[in-house]
Design a protein around this ligand. Structure first.
Ligand SMILES: Cc1ncc(COP(=O)(O)O)c(C=O)c1O
Length: 494
């Protein structure tokens, strides 16, 4: 959704140089024109304007897949006109979704008997999957509290302050308080001990992240489970765990099969994963999987019959495309465990090449971990003259899109740059990126610091007070944040 801004007078029409071969007049930008234009002109106008978008392959800000094999692209195009919700009309597509749910549930070690099918659903992404999982927890908790004759109007979820924005959306849209465990400098994920301390009788679940968005680090779900088992025993509660494995769900099973983070842990009742991240499908697919059918309250499932036979659905929206589900099935059967393992190992190795290259410059502190999502998050060792936002901005000149952002509370004075390593980011590109960053550092060394200049001007008339290194660093970060906000450059982290 775009919140509308009024266009300036000079901004009300769309012009196109080449399309003037077909069209002589400008098109209104925000109103539908009265007349039609030839299809070639429409294509050209749009295609020309889209050239100004960044190159998705160089978009290192995103976990989302930007390359698939041509055979998979072909399947996507073939299914582009199929509405997934027409399950009776497209029963094979529904069957492929069910196969994907089962494969993913097995990958996450769901306790399924030989003749049992998994409980799960394909979604638009992890955000929708998290809304559904959150609703299931909320409803289960409400039902239990009603049975006990206790108040059920103040549900909460315990998470780390590093949660992705979709959890904040869930909390606000569905009226659940988010109790966030604060981060500290050098520790950028949820501390399970602190999380369990925050759990109370109104906690509908603790949400752990397998692959923090900010630095790729896996949270310690095993410790969380063990501590919570103990607390549940002492209190008589049965607080469950949800694992947000948006990125890590397709990494841990292949790179760290021994790591216990999934349904092997008894309190893990549901897991979400983004098919469009390391599931290796283009944007538009996620998965929510429940441990058993008892973990998904029946009253949340709708039954529709006007498209043919009775179809149970648990989704937020109704219509959606089928292509991504088909593409997910393609990747799962095409790659198998062997293929996914190869790709994830390769990504991890390329992350190491980038990490070592950055370390060699001597200018950066690495804030990501070697075990986790293949990404490199790094901060400047010394940002008193120039800042990570400036590097991010200068990298754009070379075509690279690398976001810079500040950490959440209480580590908001730390700024990081983050490079996500996807399948299509080769070792050559990693080496090239290091060279370009080195070039930028040399350039920055040669120019005066905008930040210190600005601070100096601001302080000209102020009383001079001696500041700690931390205060200076915070001020610099704030000055940069303001500069970036002033320029209205939103660098979203997805
Ligand atoms: C940990 C985590 N959870 C949820 C999401 C939202 O995922 P999606 O974009 O699939 O809705 C993201 C996105 O990056 C994420 O990193």
């Amino acid at each position: 959704m775009v919140l509308s801004k009024t266009a300036s007078q000079s901004d009300v029409s769309v012009h196109s140089t080449f399309a003037s071969r077909y069209v002589r007049h400008s098109l209104p930008r925000y109103k539908m024109s009265e007349n039609s234009i030839p299809k070639e002109a429409a294509y050209q106008i749009i295609n020309d304007e889209l050239m100004l978008d960044g190159n998705p392959r160089l978009n290192l800000a995103s976990f989302v897949t930007t390359w698939m094999e041509p055979e998979c692209d072909k399947l996507v195009m073939t299914a582009i006109n199929k509405n997934y919700v027409d399950m009776d009309e497209y029963p094979v597509t529904t069957e492929l979704q069910n196969r994907c749910v089962n494969m993913i549930a097995h990958l996450f070690n769901a306790p399924l008997g030989d003749d049992e099918t998994a409980v799960g659903v394909g979604t638009v992404g992890s955000s929708e999957a998290i809304m559904l999982a959150g609703l299931a927890f909320k409803r289960k908790w409400q039902n239990k509290m009603k049975e006990l004759g206790k108040p059920h109007d103040k549900p909460n979820i315990v998470t780390g302050a590093n949660v992705q924005v979709c959890w904040e959306k869930f909390a606000r849209y569905f009226e659940v308080e988010l109790k966030e465990v604060k981060l500290t400098e050098g520790y950028y994920v949820m501390d399970p001990d602190k999380a369990v301390e925050m759990v109370d009788e109104n906690t509908i679940c603790v949400a752990a992240i397998l692959g923090s968005t900010l630095n790729g680090e896996f949270e310690d779900v095993k410790r969380l489970n063990d501590l919570l088992v103990e607390k549940n025993k002492q209190t008589g509660w049965d607080t469950p765990i949800h694992v947000d494995a948006a990125s890590g769900g397709f990494i841990a099973p292949f790179l760290y099969p021994e790591l216990e983070w999934d349904f092997r842990l008894p309190l893990v009742k549901s897991i979400n994963v983004s098919g469009h991240k390391y599931g290796l499908v283009y944007a538009g697919i996620g998965w929510a999987v429940w441990r058993t059918k008892e973990d998904l309250p029946d009253e949340l499932i709708f039954h529709i019959n006007y498209l043919g036979s009775d179809q149970p659905t648990f989704t937020l929206n109704f219509s959606k495309g089928s292509s991504q589900i088909i593409a997910q099935y393609y990747q799962l059967i095409r790659l198998g465990h062997e293929g996914y393992r190869n790709i994830m190992e390769n990504c991890q190795e390329n992350a190491m090449v980038l990490k070592q290259g950055l370390e060699k410059t001597g200018r950066f502190t690495i804030v990501s971990k070697d075990h986790g999502v293949p990404l490199v998050a790094f901060s400047l060792k010394d940002n008193s003259r120039h800042n990570e936002f400036e590097i991010s901005e200068m990298l754009r000149r070379f075509g690279w899109i690398v976001p810079a952002y500040t950490m959440p509370p209480d580590a908001q004075h730390i700024t990081v740059l983050r490079v996500v390593i996807r399948e299509d980011f080769s070792r050559t590109l990693a080496e090239r990126l290091v060279l370009d960053i080195e070039k930028i550092m040399h350039e920055l060394d040669a120019i005066p610091s905008k930040v210190t200049e600005k601070l100096a001007t601001d302080e000209k008339h102020a009383v001079v007070v001696k500041k700690t290194a931390l205060e200076v660093q915070r001020e610099i970060t704030d000055a940069w944040k303001k500069m970036v906000a002033d320029k209205k450059k939103t660098k979203g982290v997805c």
